[in-house]
Design a protein around this ligand. Structure first.
Ligand code: CP
Length: 319
């Protein structure tokens, strides 16, 4: 790899976008750009993390993030351990911190954690010497998702500065929205959020975001439209009358997409609920980069592991 082997992130962990500087974000995106090439090789593997161990500690369901981390780790030659809460002693009442202490007794170098509680990765990062990577904590942050989203936007538009990005759907319960807002603000993009009032958080304007209660005006002149699903698992009671009504007023349909710029990108972090927040004709249409987001997720996660490992004295050469 041509990336400067002295390139570093400032901390030992990546627990959110909030603590990252714009130059650290830039470094992750630039490193991912180089690592994307590994996926095009006949043998998709580099020796960068040989001899290192990564624990994937997922306390919530995941398809994209979990497999993407595992692919990234294997492409970097790490040894991977996959922890599933339902098949572990968590079901017998063991706490996260006792679980982590027991895992640490096996000397992992990284713990990738997804957890339903806000701040769980941040607390773990203070307790253990392994590098902690947040794969989504409650409604707080999903930093690697925002980084892969930014990478996907940058592939098309070269720079995030001045981009008009609409994030629409269940903003209130979305860690993806929060991480994207932090990142896009730091990198100079204009963020607009569109949702029914019940799904917009109160503090949105303090985050430098323009809120909209209808999708069409938010879409005017937009370069990117990012749709989010309704996070039913995080809502005590329904915040919308019916899914049918939600589709009628808020779904991204071919007709509504015409309000955005002609070549606007359509994005979705997944999982999608077709016929609720997005119409299949848009999800599978020419402007959709939803599967490119998934491809880019592997490169972003490789870049984070690579850069965090670069902070270690035993970081092996990749010749
Ligand atoms: N985007 C995302 O976090 O998807 P998963 O829940 O499938 O990991």
């Amino acid at each position: 790899m041509a990336t400067d082997s002295a390139a570093r992130l400032n901390g030992k962990d990546v627990v959110g976008i909030a603590p990252l500087s714009p130059s650290e974000i830039q470094l992750i995106l630039d490193t991912a750009e180089e690592l994307l090439e590994v996926a095009r090789r006949p043998i998709k593997k580099v020796p960068t993390l040989r001899g290192m161990t990564v624990v994937n500690l997922f306390m919530e369901p995941s398809t994209r993030t979990r497999f993407s981390f595992e692919v990234a780790e294997k492409r970097l030659s790490a040894d991977t351990l996959n922890f599933s809460a339902s098949a572990s002693s968590v079901t017998k009442g063991e706490t996260l911190f006792d679980t982590a202490r027991n895992l640490m007794a096996m000397s992992p170098d990284f713990i990738v954690i997804r957890h339903p509680n806000t701040g769980a990765p941040h607390r773990l990062a203070k307790e253990v010497s392994a590098s902690i990577i947040n794969a989504g904590d409650g409604i707080n942050e999903h930093p690697t998702q925002a980084l892969l989203d930014a990478f996907t936007m940058r592939q098309r538009f070269k720079s995030l500065d001045g981009l008009k990005v609409v994030v629409a759907g269940d903003i209130r319960h979305s860690r993806v929205a929060r991480s994207n807002i932090y990142l896009l603000n730091k990198m100079g993009a204009e963020v607009r959020c569109a949702a029914p009032a019940s799904l917009l958080p109160l503090e949105l304007e303090k985050l430098g975001v323009v809120p909209h209660l209808r999708l069409e005006p938010a879409l005017e002149g937009a370069d990117v439209v990012m749709m989010l699903r309704i996070q039913q698992e995080r809502q005590g009671q329904s915040n919308i009358p019916t899914l049918r009504e939600y589709y009628d007023f808020f779904a991204l349909t071919p007709e509504r997409l015409k309000f955005a710029n002609q070549n606007a990108l359509v994005m979705h972090p997944g999982p999608m609920n077709r016929g609720v927040e997005i119409d299949s004709a848009v999800a599978d249409g020419e402007q959709s980069v939803i599967l490119e987001q998934v491809t880019n997720g592997v490169a972003i996660r490789m870049a984070i592991l690579y850069l965090l490992a670069g902070g270690r004295s035993e970081f092996p050469s990749d010749s």
